[in-house]
Design a protein around this ligand. Sequence first.
Ligand SMILES: Cc1cc2nc3c(=O)[nH]c(=O)nc-3n(C[C@H](O)[C@H](O)[C@H](O)COP(=O)(O)O)c2cc1C
Length: 189
Amino acid sequence: MKTNEVLENIKARRSVRAYTDRQVSEEDLQAILEAATFAPSGMHLETWHFTAIQNADKLSELNERIKGAFAKSDEPKLQERGHSKTYCCYYHAPTLVIVSNEPTQWWAGMDCACAIENMFLAAHSLGIGSCWINQLGTTCDDPEVRELITSLGVPKDHKVYGCVALGYADPKISMREKAVKAGTVTVVR
Ligand SMILES: Cc1cc2nc3c(=O)[nH]c(=O)nc-3n(C[C@H](O)[C@H](O)[C@H](O)COP(=O)(O)O)c2cc1C
């Protein structure tokens, strides 16, 4: 199989769900955010917004409000998370980037997904772990959650399509080798 540095970076990236306390430096964060802004977007509208949070108290408050929204749900699994003392949707990562967009175009979420993958790959190339965090997608319109994310800088008319946890992988947690499903590719010549 043909390979190069970019292809190796793509194949070696994994979702990291246990982080050390070490914060991502300003220089690295800026490089990762810049990679996000270079992603393709439908009609090059770039209506997205990236809200990066590196304040542990604010992240903890965000988690509490997401839990509050879950606690109001009819779904038992979400209720359980909402009442859990230990549940942390962002795995205590030191940095979280909220990726939001105007919901006016049907591809708004796709623009965000392209930017998110760019951030994952940029982070991995810098030795920084990452993970997609989805819980704000379903809770961003809960009034308590919305109040907080607005105060953090998420535009009022935006929907959250995903978040990116960033930090250094806890070396004590070993990563299982990735198994890639067979039969998902068709080539027609
Ligand atoms: C749309 C989407 C939503 C995801 N949401 C979460 C999430 O909320 N929490 C989480 O731990 N992982 C989440 N993931 C990560 C996937 O579980 C992960 O990519 C998958 O298990 C493959 O593992 P890998 O990323 O290590 O290759 C999400 C991934 C995608 C693409």
